[in-house]
Design a protein around this ligand. Structure first.
Ligand code: PLP
Length: 462
Protein backbone atom coordinates (compact mmCIF):
# COMPACT_ATOMS: atom_id res chain seq x y z
CA UNK A 1 0.00 0.00 0.00
CA UNK A 2 1.12 3.51 -0.73
CA UNK A 3 1.83 5.27 2.58
CA UNK A 4 -0.51 8.15 1.71
CA UNK A 5 1.74 10.97 2.85
CA UNK A 6 1.16 12.92 -0.36
CA UNK A 7 -1.67 15.45 -0.36
CA UNK A 8 -3.62 16.03 -3.56
CA UNK A 9 -2.24 19.54 -3.61
CA UNK A 10 1.38 18.30 -3.48
CA UNK A 11 0.75 15.87 -6.29
CA UNK A 12 -0.75 18.54 -8.52
CA UNK A 13 2.34 20.68 -7.95
CA UNK A 14 4.61 17.76 -8.75
CA UNK A 15 2.72 16.98 -11.95
CA UNK A 16 2.80 20.65 -12.99
CA UNK A 17 6.54 20.89 -12.32
CA UNK A 18 7.16 17.73 -14.28
CA UNK A 19 5.02 18.84 -17.19
CA UNK A 20 6.69 22.26 -17.26
CA UNK A 21 10.32 21.22 -16.93
CA UNK A 22 11.14 17.52 -17.26
CA UNK A 23 12.14 16.17 -20.65
CA UNK A 24 11.24 12.48 -20.38
CA UNK A 25 13.35 9.77 -21.98
CA UNK A 26 12.11 8.21 -25.22
CA UNK A 27 8.99 10.40 -25.14
CA UNK A 28 7.00 12.50 -27.60
CA UNK A 29 5.68 15.23 -25.31
CA UNK A 30 2.76 16.52 -27.38
CA UNK A 31 0.19 14.37 -25.51
CA UNK A 32 1.21 16.02 -22.20
CA UNK A 33 -0.17 19.35 -23.42
CA UNK A 34 -3.58 17.98 -22.59
CA UNK A 35 -2.89 14.73 -20.72
CA UNK A 36 -0.72 14.02 -17.70
CA UNK A 37 2.69 12.35 -17.64
CA UNK A 38 2.73 9.24 -15.45
CA UNK A 39 4.70 9.81 -12.26
CA UNK A 40 5.61 6.84 -10.12
CA UNK A 41 5.56 7.79 -6.46
CA UNK A 42 6.47 4.62 -4.61
CA UNK A 43 7.37 0.98 -4.99
CA UNK A 44 7.33 -2.12 -2.81
CA UNK A 45 8.45 -5.60 -3.93
CA UNK A 46 6.83 -6.11 -7.36
CA UNK A 47 4.40 -3.21 -7.14
CA UNK A 48 4.46 0.54 -7.84
CA UNK A 49 1.94 3.36 -7.32
CA UNK A 50 1.34 6.37 -9.56
CA UNK A 51 0.13 9.91 -8.80
CA UNK A 52 -3.47 8.80 -8.83
CA UNK A 53 -2.78 6.15 -6.20
CA UNK A 54 -3.23 3.43 -8.83
CA UNK A 55 -1.37 0.23 -8.05
CA UNK A 56 0.52 -1.68 -10.75
CA UNK A 57 2.27 -5.02 -10.89
CA UNK A 58 5.57 -4.11 -12.52
CA UNK A 59 6.32 -6.82 -15.09
CA UNK A 60 9.30 -4.92 -16.50
CA UNK A 61 11.41 -4.19 -13.40
CA UNK A 62 11.35 -0.42 -13.56
CA UNK A 63 10.55 -0.16 -17.26
CA UNK A 64 13.86 -1.39 -18.64
CA UNK A 65 14.91 -4.66 -16.96
CA UNK A 66 16.60 -3.07 -13.98
CA UNK A 67 15.08 -3.57 -10.51
CA UNK A 68 16.05 -7.25 -10.26
CA UNK A 69 15.56 -7.57 -6.49
CA UNK A 70 12.35 -5.53 -6.36
CA UNK A 71 11.45 -2.26 -4.62
CA UNK A 72 11.72 -1.21 -0.98
CA UNK A 73 14.96 -3.00 -0.08
CA UNK A 74 15.92 -1.17 3.09
CA UNK A 75 19.17 -3.05 3.50
CA UNK A 76 20.44 -1.64 0.19
CA UNK A 77 19.31 1.85 1.17
CA UNK A 78 21.00 1.49 4.56
CA UNK A 79 24.24 0.21 3.07
CA UNK A 80 24.31 3.17 0.68
CA UNK A 81 23.50 5.59 3.50
CA UNK A 82 26.27 4.23 5.75
CA UNK A 83 28.77 4.37 2.91
CA UNK A 84 27.81 7.93 1.93
CA UNK A 85 28.30 9.12 5.48
CA UNK A 86 31.72 7.45 5.58
CA UNK A 87 32.93 8.46 2.11
CA UNK A 88 30.65 9.36 -0.81
CA UNK A 89 33.25 9.82 -3.46
CA UNK A 90 36.84 9.97 -4.43
CA UNK A 91 37.93 10.11 -8.06
CA UNK A 92 40.87 9.24 -10.20
CA UNK A 93 43.36 6.54 -9.43
CA UNK A 94 42.36 5.88 -5.78
CA UNK A 95 40.28 2.85 -4.80
CA UNK A 96 37.53 2.51 -2.19
CA UNK A 97 36.35 -0.14 0.28
CA UNK A 98 33.09 -1.03 -1.53
CA UNK A 99 34.87 -0.83 -4.90
CA UNK A 100 37.42 -3.42 -3.78
CA UNK A 101 34.91 -5.70 -2.06
CA UNK A 102 32.36 -5.65 -4.87
CA UNK A 103 34.99 -6.35 -7.52
CA UNK A 104 36.14 -9.40 -5.54
CA UNK A 105 32.56 -10.62 -5.16
CA UNK A 106 31.73 -10.03 -8.81
CA UNK A 107 34.85 -11.77 -10.07
CA UNK A 108 34.00 -14.80 -7.91
CA UNK A 109 30.94 -15.24 -10.18
CA UNK A 110 32.88 -14.84 -13.42
CA UNK A 111 35.57 -17.54 -13.78
CA UNK A 112 38.21 -16.57 -16.31
CA UNK A 113 37.80 -12.82 -15.78
CA UNK A 114 39.79 -10.78 -13.29
CA UNK A 115 39.44 -7.00 -13.62
CA UNK A 116 36.55 -4.59 -13.00
CA UNK A 117 36.52 -1.09 -14.50
CA UNK A 118 33.82 1.07 -12.85
CA UNK A 119 31.66 3.44 -14.80
CA UNK A 120 28.08 4.67 -14.59
CA UNK A 121 25.93 3.54 -17.51
CA UNK A 122 25.69 0.62 -19.87
CA UNK A 123 26.57 2.84 -22.83
CA UNK A 124 29.66 4.07 -21.07
CA UNK A 125 30.74 0.56 -20.05
CA UNK A 126 30.50 -0.48 -23.71
CA UNK A 127 32.46 2.57 -24.81
CA UNK A 128 35.21 1.61 -22.37
CA UNK A 129 35.46 -1.82 -23.99
CA UNK A 130 35.50 -0.22 -27.46
CA UNK A 131 38.30 2.11 -26.39
CA UNK A 132 40.30 -0.79 -24.97
CA UNK A 133 39.92 -2.65 -28.28
CA UNK A 134 41.03 0.41 -30.24
CA UNK A 135 44.00 1.00 -27.97
CA UNK A 136 45.06 -2.64 -28.23
CA UNK A 137 44.82 -2.32 -32.03
CA UNK A 138 47.18 0.65 -31.91
CA UNK A 139 49.58 -0.92 -29.43
CA UNK A 140 49.84 -4.30 -31.08
CA UNK A 141 48.76 -4.02 -34.71
CA UNK A 142 49.73 -0.50 -35.81
CA UNK A 143 46.05 0.53 -35.60
CA UNK A 144 44.95 -1.96 -38.24
CA UNK A 145 42.95 -4.48 -36.20
CA UNK A 146 40.51 -1.85 -34.98
CA UNK A 147 37.12 -2.81 -36.42
CA UNK A 148 34.36 -3.84 -34.06
CA UNK A 149 31.61 -6.13 -35.30
CA UNK A 150 28.09 -5.79 -33.89
CA UNK A 151 24.89 -7.63 -34.71
CA UNK A 152 21.68 -6.63 -36.42
CA UNK A 153 18.94 -6.03 -33.74
CA UNK A 154 21.41 -5.72 -30.83
CA UNK A 155 21.63 -2.46 -28.88
CA UNK A 156 24.67 -1.26 -26.98
CA UNK A 157 23.79 2.23 -25.90
CA UNK A 158 22.81 5.75 -26.69
CA UNK A 159 26.08 7.63 -27.29
CA UNK A 160 27.23 8.29 -30.85
CA UNK A 161 29.84 5.49 -30.70
CA UNK A 162 27.47 2.94 -29.20
CA UNK A 163 24.77 3.94 -31.71
CA UNK A 164 27.37 3.33 -34.41
CA UNK A 165 27.49 -0.21 -33.00
CA UNK A 166 23.70 -0.43 -32.82
CA UNK A 167 21.60 -2.87 -34.80
CA UNK A 168 18.32 -0.97 -34.33
CA UNK A 169 18.05 1.68 -37.01
CA UNK A 170 15.33 3.83 -35.48
CA UNK A 171 17.57 4.46 -32.50
CA UNK A 172 20.40 5.81 -34.63
CA UNK A 173 18.41 7.54 -37.41
CA UNK A 174 19.12 11.31 -37.59
CA UNK A 175 22.13 11.10 -35.25
CA UNK A 176 24.77 10.54 -37.90
CA UNK A 177 27.42 10.90 -39.08
CA UNK A 178 28.46 7.83 -37.16
CA UNK A 179 31.81 6.63 -35.90
CA UNK A 180 33.70 4.62 -38.52
CA UNK A 181 35.03 1.13 -37.93
CA UNK A 182 31.82 -0.59 -36.77
CA UNK A 183 30.52 -3.37 -39.02
CA UNK A 184 27.17 -5.17 -38.83
CA UNK A 185 26.67 -8.95 -38.85
CA UNK A 186 23.29 -10.72 -39.30
CA UNK A 187 20.96 -11.49 -36.38
CA UNK A 188 20.30 -15.07 -35.27
CA UNK A 189 16.51 -15.07 -34.78
CA UNK A 190 15.36 -18.40 -36.17
CA UNK A 191 11.70 -17.33 -36.17
CA UNK A 192 12.66 -14.75 -38.82
CA UNK A 193 14.91 -17.22 -40.59
CA UNK A 194 17.49 -16.09 -43.11
CA UNK A 195 18.62 -19.65 -43.87
CA UNK A 196 16.46 -22.68 -44.65
CA UNK A 197 17.70 -24.63 -41.62
CA UNK A 198 16.57 -25.26 -38.08
CA UNK A 199 17.88 -25.80 -34.54
CA UNK A 200 21.60 -26.36 -34.16
CA UNK A 201 22.21 -26.17 -37.91
CA UNK A 202 20.54 -22.77 -37.92
CA UNK A 203 22.69 -21.61 -35.02
CA UNK A 204 25.88 -22.69 -36.80
CA UNK A 205 24.78 -21.01 -40.04
CA UNK A 206 24.06 -17.74 -38.21
CA UNK A 207 27.51 -17.88 -36.58
CA UNK A 208 29.14 -18.73 -39.92
CA UNK A 209 27.57 -15.56 -41.31
CA UNK A 210 29.79 -13.68 -38.86
CA UNK A 211 32.82 -15.45 -40.27
CA UNK A 212 31.81 -14.36 -43.77
CA UNK A 213 31.79 -10.73 -42.65
CA UNK A 214 35.20 -11.18 -41.02
CA UNK A 215 36.62 -12.64 -44.22
CA UNK A 216 35.09 -9.87 -46.34
CA UNK A 217 36.50 -7.15 -44.05
CA UNK A 218 39.86 -8.92 -43.64
CA UNK A 219 40.56 -10.73 -40.34
CA UNK A 220 43.61 -8.54 -39.74
CA UNK A 221 41.29 -5.50 -39.52
CA UNK A 222 38.78 -6.96 -37.05
CA UNK A 223 39.63 -6.44 -33.36
CA UNK A 224 36.45 -7.46 -31.56
CA UNK A 225 32.96 -8.86 -31.80
CA UNK A 226 30.33 -7.32 -29.51
CA UNK A 227 27.11 -9.28 -28.90
CA UNK A 228 24.27 -9.44 -26.41
CA UNK A 229 24.08 -13.00 -25.00
CA UNK A 230 20.31 -12.92 -25.52
CA UNK A 231 19.15 -9.88 -27.47
CA UNK A 232 16.84 -7.68 -25.40
CA UNK A 233 15.18 -4.67 -27.08
CA UNK A 234 15.69 -6.20 -30.52
CA UNK A 235 13.03 -8.81 -29.74
CA UNK A 236 14.13 -11.11 -26.86
CA UNK A 237 16.19 -13.35 -29.13
CA UNK A 238 17.53 -16.55 -27.58
CA UNK A 239 20.30 -17.82 -29.89
CA UNK A 240 19.75 -21.31 -31.30
CA UNK A 241 21.82 -24.28 -30.12
CA UNK A 242 25.22 -24.34 -31.75
CA UNK A 243 25.45 -20.57 -32.15
CA UNK A 244 27.66 -19.60 -29.24
CA UNK A 245 30.20 -22.46 -29.48
CA UNK A 246 30.74 -21.62 -33.15
CA UNK A 247 31.04 -17.90 -32.36
CA UNK A 248 33.73 -18.71 -29.82
CA UNK A 249 35.60 -20.88 -32.34
CA UNK A 250 35.49 -18.10 -34.93
CA UNK A 251 36.84 -15.51 -32.49
CA UNK A 252 39.70 -17.81 -31.53
CA UNK A 253 40.47 -18.66 -35.15
CA UNK A 254 40.90 -15.00 -36.17
CA UNK A 255 42.29 -13.66 -32.86
CA UNK A 256 39.20 -11.51 -32.31
CA UNK A 257 38.31 -10.34 -28.81
CA UNK A 258 34.84 -11.34 -27.65
CA UNK A 259 32.85 -8.63 -25.89
CA UNK A 260 29.56 -9.72 -24.35
CA UNK A 261 27.08 -7.00 -23.45
CA UNK A 262 25.30 -8.19 -20.30
CA UNK A 263 23.71 -4.81 -19.58
CA UNK A 264 20.28 -6.47 -19.56
CA UNK A 265 21.03 -10.17 -18.94
CA UNK A 266 23.65 -9.64 -16.23
CA UNK A 267 23.19 -10.33 -12.52
CA UNK A 268 20.54 -12.98 -12.56
CA UNK A 269 17.96 -11.90 -15.10
CA UNK A 270 18.13 -15.11 -17.14
CA UNK A 271 18.58 -17.53 -14.20
CA UNK A 272 22.39 -17.62 -14.21
CA UNK A 273 24.61 -14.83 -12.92
CA UNK A 274 25.35 -13.89 -16.52
CA UNK A 275 23.61 -14.81 -19.77
CA UNK A 276 26.77 -16.10 -21.44
CA UNK A 277 27.09 -18.71 -18.68
CA UNK A 278 24.21 -20.67 -20.26
CA UNK A 279 26.47 -21.30 -23.24
CA UNK A 280 29.90 -22.05 -21.76
CA UNK A 281 31.44 -19.08 -23.58
CA UNK A 282 34.75 -17.50 -22.51
CA UNK A 283 34.56 -13.75 -23.18
CA UNK A 284 37.41 -11.24 -23.06
CA UNK A 285 35.11 -8.36 -22.01
CA UNK A 286 31.78 -8.40 -20.19
CA UNK A 287 29.86 -5.16 -19.71
CA UNK A 288 26.94 -4.80 -17.30
CA UNK A 289 24.76 -2.12 -15.78
CA UNK A 290 21.04 -2.34 -15.05
CA UNK A 291 20.74 -5.22 -12.57
CA UNK A 292 24.16 -4.66 -10.96
CA UNK A 293 22.59 -2.60 -8.17
CA UNK A 294 18.96 -3.05 -9.28
CA UNK A 295 18.70 0.72 -9.90
CA UNK A 296 19.33 1.63 -6.23
CA UNK A 297 22.47 3.45 -7.39
CA UNK A 298 24.03 4.17 -10.77
CA UNK A 299 26.78 1.68 -11.44
CA UNK A 300 28.09 -0.10 -14.51
CA UNK A 301 31.17 -2.24 -15.03
CA UNK A 302 33.45 -3.27 -17.84
CA UNK A 303 35.01 -6.56 -16.72
CA UNK A 304 38.00 -7.99 -18.55
CA UNK A 305 40.29 -10.97 -18.59
CA UNK A 306 43.82 -10.72 -17.20
CA UNK A 307 45.04 -11.17 -20.80
CA UNK A 308 43.40 -7.86 -21.77
CA UNK A 309 44.53 -6.13 -18.57
CA UNK A 310 48.16 -7.27 -19.04
CA UNK A 311 48.30 -5.56 -22.43
CA UNK A 312 47.97 -2.21 -20.68
CA UNK A 313 50.93 -2.63 -18.36
CA UNK A 314 53.48 -4.54 -20.38
CA UNK A 315 55.71 -1.53 -21.11
CA UNK A 316 55.59 0.94 -18.25
CA UNK A 317 58.26 3.14 -19.86
CA UNK A 318 55.84 4.13 -22.67
CA UNK A 319 53.87 7.19 -21.44
CA UNK A 320 50.82 6.18 -23.53
CA UNK A 321 50.83 2.60 -22.36
CA UNK A 322 48.00 2.54 -19.86
CA UNK A 323 44.24 2.90 -20.22
CA UNK A 324 43.99 6.70 -20.41
CA UNK A 325 40.37 6.89 -19.45
CA UNK A 326 38.37 8.17 -16.50
CA UNK A 327 34.72 8.13 -15.52
CA UNK A 328 34.07 10.87 -12.95
CA UNK A 329 31.16 9.06 -11.36
CA UNK A 330 33.01 5.76 -11.56
CA UNK A 331 34.43 7.14 -8.29
CA UNK A 332 31.05 7.13 -6.51
CA UNK A 333 31.02 4.62 -3.68
CA UNK A 334 27.22 4.30 -3.53
CA UNK A 335 27.23 2.07 -6.62
CA UNK A 336 29.47 -0.75 -5.38
CA UNK A 337 27.98 -0.46 -1.86
CA UNK A 338 24.50 -1.03 -3.33
CA UNK A 339 25.79 -3.72 -5.70
CA UNK A 340 27.30 -5.73 -2.82
CA UNK A 341 23.96 -5.81 -0.99
CA UNK A 342 22.10 -6.55 -4.21
CA UNK A 343 24.25 -9.61 -4.84
CA UNK A 344 23.96 -10.74 -1.21
CA UNK A 345 20.16 -10.58 -1.50
CA UNK A 346 20.18 -12.67 -4.68
CA UNK A 347 22.34 -15.28 -2.93
CA UNK A 348 20.59 -15.34 0.44
CA UNK A 349 17.09 -15.48 -1.05
CA UNK A 350 18.08 -18.01 -3.74
CA UNK A 351 16.73 -15.70 -6.40
CA UNK A 352 18.52 -17.48 -9.24
CA UNK A 353 16.53 -20.61 -8.36
CA UNK A 354 13.33 -18.60 -8.15
CA UNK A 355 14.13 -16.97 -11.48
CA UNK A 356 14.56 -20.36 -13.13
CA UNK A 357 11.42 -21.84 -11.57
CA UNK A 358 9.20 -18.81 -12.18
CA UNK A 359 10.71 -18.25 -15.62
CA UNK A 360 9.81 -21.82 -16.64
CA UNK A 361 6.31 -21.34 -15.24
CA UNK A 362 5.84 -18.06 -17.08
CA UNK A 363 7.16 -19.50 -20.34
CA UNK A 364 4.56 -22.30 -20.05
CA UNK A 365 1.84 -19.73 -19.42
CA UNK A 366 2.91 -17.72 -22.46
CA UNK A 367 2.81 -20.89 -24.57
CA UNK A 368 -0.72 -21.50 -23.31
CA UNK A 369 -1.61 -17.96 -24.39
CA UNK A 370 -0.10 -18.72 -27.79
CA UNK A 371 -2.41 -21.75 -28.09
CA UNK A 372 -5.35 -19.47 -27.37
CA UNK A 373 -4.43 -16.35 -29.37
CA UNK A 374 -3.44 -16.76 -33.03
CA UNK A 375 -1.86 -13.30 -32.87
CA UNK A 376 1.05 -14.70 -30.85
CA UNK A 377 3.46 -16.04 -33.46
CA UNK A 378 6.38 -16.95 -31.22
CA UNK A 379 7.25 -17.11 -27.55
CA UNK A 380 10.87 -17.01 -26.37
CA UNK A 381 13.11 -16.27 -23.43
CA UNK A 382 15.19 -17.60 -20.55
CA UNK A 383 14.63 -17.11 -16.84
CA UNK A 384 12.50 -14.06 -16.15
CA UNK A 385 13.41 -12.49 -19.47
CA UNK A 386 10.60 -13.36 -21.88
CA UNK A 387 8.92 -12.15 -25.04
CA UNK A 388 5.83 -12.90 -27.13
CA UNK A 389 6.01 -11.82 -30.76
CA UNK A 390 2.70 -10.63 -32.24
CA UNK A 391 1.90 -11.32 -35.89
CA UNK A 392 -1.13 -10.42 -38.01
CA UNK A 393 -0.82 -13.73 -39.80
CA UNK A 394 1.00 -16.83 -38.57
CA UNK A 395 1.96 -18.17 -41.98
CA UNK A 396 3.27 -14.95 -43.50
CA UNK A 397 4.53 -13.75 -40.07
CA UNK A 398 3.40 -10.28 -41.07
CA UNK A 399 3.84 -8.19 -37.90
CA UNK A 400 0.84 -6.59 -36.24
CA UNK A 401 0.41 -2.87 -36.57
CA UNK A 402 2.53 -0.96 -34.06
CA UNK A 403 -0.55 0.78 -32.68
CA UNK A 404 -2.13 -2.58 -31.87
CA UNK A 405 0.95 -3.73 -29.96
CA UNK A 406 0.89 -0.42 -28.06
CA UNK A 407 -2.82 -0.92 -27.37
CA UNK A 408 -2.08 -4.25 -25.68
CA UNK A 409 0.49 -2.54 -23.46
CA UNK A 410 -1.99 0.28 -22.75
CA UNK A 411 -4.79 -2.11 -21.85
CA UNK A 412 -2.55 -4.09 -19.50
CA UNK A 413 -1.65 -0.75 -17.86
CA UNK A 414 -5.33 0.07 -17.43
CA UNK A 415 -5.70 -3.32 -15.71
CA UNK A 416 -2.84 -2.46 -13.35
CA UNK A 417 -0.04 -4.43 -15.01
CA UNK A 418 2.95 -2.74 -16.63
CA UNK A 419 4.40 -4.74 -19.52
CA UNK A 420 6.72 -3.62 -22.33
CA UNK A 421 6.99 -3.88 -26.08
CA UNK A 422 10.15 -3.80 -28.19
CA UNK A 423 10.88 -0.32 -29.43
CA UNK A 424 10.01 0.95 -32.87
CA UNK A 425 13.54 0.66 -34.10
CA UNK A 426 13.13 -2.23 -36.48
CA UNK A 427 10.54 -1.53 -39.17
CA UNK A 428 7.86 -4.17 -38.87
CA UNK A 429 9.35 -5.75 -35.77
CA UNK A 430 8.03 -3.41 -33.11
CA UNK A 431 5.75 -6.14 -31.96
CA UNK A 432 7.30 -8.30 -29.26
CA UNK A 433 5.66 -7.98 -25.85
CA UNK A 434 8.36 -7.97 -23.18
CA UNK A 435 8.23 -9.38 -19.67
CA UNK A 436 10.98 -9.06 -17.08
CA UNK A 437 9.45 -9.13 -13.60
CA UNK A 438 11.75 -8.90 -10.59
CA UNK A 439 13.51 -12.13 -9.62
CA UNK A 440 11.25 -12.30 -6.54
CA UNK A 441 8.13 -12.88 -8.68
CA UNK A 442 5.63 -15.43 -7.38
CA UNK A 443 3.14 -17.59 -9.27
CA UNK A 444 0.38 -15.21 -8.20
CA UNK A 445 2.24 -12.25 -9.69
CA UNK A 446 2.80 -14.14 -12.92
CA UNK A 447 -0.82 -15.27 -13.08
CA UNK A 448 -1.88 -11.64 -12.75
CA UNK A 449 0.47 -10.59 -15.58
CA UNK A 450 -0.71 -13.41 -17.84
CA UNK A 451 -4.37 -12.77 -17.11
CA UNK A 452 -4.00 -9.09 -17.98
CA UNK A 453 -2.23 -9.98 -21.24
CA UNK A 454 -4.92 -12.52 -22.08
CA UNK A 455 -7.70 -9.95 -21.58
CA UNK A 456 -5.80 -7.26 -23.47
CA UNK A 457 -5.17 -9.56 -26.45
CA UNK A 458 -8.88 -10.46 -26.54
CA UNK A 459 -9.83 -6.81 -26.37
CA UNK A 460 -7.46 -5.66 -29.11
CA UNK A 461 -7.58 -8.66 -31.46
CA UNK A 462 -10.84 -10.40 -30.51
N1 PLP B 1 23.28 -2.53 -23.74
C1 PLP B 1 22.06 -3.06 -23.75
C2 PLP B 1 21.89 -4.49 -24.16
C3 PLP B 1 20.94 -2.31 -23.37
O1 PLP B 1 19.70 -2.83 -23.43
C4 PLP B 1 21.16 -0.97 -22.95
C5 PLP B 1 20.02 -0.14 -22.51
O2 PLP B 1 18.87 -0.49 -22.60
C6 PLP B 1 22.46 -0.46 -22.98
C7 PLP B 1 23.50 -1.26 -23.37
C8 PLP B 1 22.72 0.97 -22.58
O3 PLP B 1 22.66 1.12 -21.21
P1 PLP B 1 22.45 2.57 -20.56
O4 PLP B 1 21.06 3.01 -20.90
O5 PLP B 1 22.68 2.33 -19.10
O6 PLP B 1 23.47 3.47 -21.14
Amino acid sequence: MMDGKFLDNDIEKIVDADRAHVWHHLTQHKPFETGEPRIILEGKDMRVWDQKGKEYVDAVSGGVWTVNVGYGRERIANAVRDQLVKLPYFAGSAGSIPGALFSEKLISKMPGLTRVYYTNSGSEANEKAFKMVRQIAHKRYGGKKHKILYRDRDYHGTTIATLSAGGQDERSAQYGPYVPGFVRVPHCLEYRAQWDLSGEEYGIAAANAIEEVILAEGPDTVGALCLEPITAGGGVIVPPEGYWPRVQEICEKYDILLHIDEVVCGVGRTGTWFGYQHYGVKPDFVTMAKGVASGYAAIACCVTSERVFELFKDDASDPLNYFRDISTFGGCTAGPAAALENMAIIEEENLLDNCNAMGAYMLDQLHALKDKHAVIGDVRGKGLFLGAELVADRSSKEPVDEKQAQAVVGDCGAQGVIIGVTNRSIPGFNNTLCYSPALIATKDDIDQIIEATDKALTKVFG
